[in-house]
Structures are given as structure tokens and as C-alpha cells.
Write a protein that binds this ligand. Structure first.
Ligand SMILES: [Zn+2]
Length: 159
């Protein structure tokens, strides 16, 4: 088995050189820009974050539904990283349209610009988004003949 190189299907899936080590999963789905962000310090922990279209209300918690300690009245670093990853993957035009940001989409080129408009933190459960991440990985694994994936490391418990 080859070491840590990513299978081709995964490389294709994560277009535009998005850093999947930091943000293994991002999608525009069901009125939410949502995804999974790795913890900077702990390889076994991930954060599940989203920004709601329209209101730009936001949420961030661990995959065990613990609230993110970085949320102190404004979006945390994980949410910034998630929005930046979405901008890289989808482009400012698509992200702005999805989040229903007003005016010229070119003004929404960075997470910083977008999140200056953010709404309120809202409670949520991590499980919906996290299970979509697992599903996504599952499909990719089927595509690449069930070879282990780099990103699996985040939720495989150390034995
Ligand atoms: Zn966070």
C-alpha cells in the first residue's frame, strides 16, 4: 500500500488547491455553508462549523457536540478557515450568491469581508454535518477502491 499520497479521485474532488489538512470537508448545502475543520492542536479532534445563508448566523462545535471555545461573540478561526476554503473551492461569485450577500460579489473575496457581516451564534448539532462528511468520504473510498484516506485520521480513534 502506498503511503500518504492522496488518491486521484480525492484530488479531483478538492479542486483549486484547497488545503484539506485544515478543512477536510466544505459544501454549500441546505442554506448552509458548512463543513469540517481540523483542530490546530489535536489531530483527533475536528470542528463542525456552518454559516447560515441570509442571516449569516453561525455555529461551531466539536464532533462530540461540545461548543467551540473560540466563539466569543464573533465567528472563530474555524469558521474563518471554513469560509476561506469555500471561497477557494467555489469562488466568490458562487459563495456570495449562496449566502445571499448583497452587491458586487467581488467585494466578498475573503472570509474576513464576509464574516464582518455575520449574525448571531446559533445552537446546532454537529451530527448532521459530520455524517455528511463521513458519507462523502465513504463515496470517495468506493471510487478509489476502498484504499484508506488521509482524512480518515481525524475520526479513527487511537487504539
Ligand atoms: Zn470554532
Amino acid at each position: 500500500m502506498k503511503g500518504s499520497s492522496l488518491p486521484p479521485a480525492y484530488a479531483l474532488h478538492t479542486a483549486h488547491n484547497r488545503d484539506i489538512k485544515k478543512v477536510p470537508f466544505v459544501e454549500l448545502h441546505n442554506q448552509r455553508l458548512q463543513g469540517v475543520v481540523s483542530s490546530g492542536s489535536d489531530i483527533e479532534r475536528v470542528y463542525v462549523s456552518f454559516v447560515q445563508a441570509g442571516s449569516l448566523d453561525y455555529s461551531c462545535m466539536t464532533n462530540n457536540n461540545r461548543p467551540c471555545g473560540g466563539l466569543r461573540g464573533s465567528p472563530c478561526n474555524h469558521i474563518h478557515m471554513l469560509v476561506d476554503a469555500a471561497l477557494q473551492q467555489y469562488g466568490a461569485q458562487q459563495v456570495a450568491a449562496f449566502l445571499r450577500l448583497p452587491g458586487d460579489p467581488n467585494q466578498w473575496q475573503s472570509a474576513h469581508a464576509i464574516l464582518r457581516q455575520s449574525g448571531q451564534p446559533i445552537p446546532s448539532m454537529a451530527s448532521d454535518i459530520f455524517s455528511r462528511f463521513l458519507e462523502d468520504l465513504h463515496h470517495l473510498m468506493l471510487e478509489v477502491d476502498r484504499r484508506p484516506l488521509h482524512s480518515m485520521a481525524w475520526f479513527i480513534q487511537a487504539g
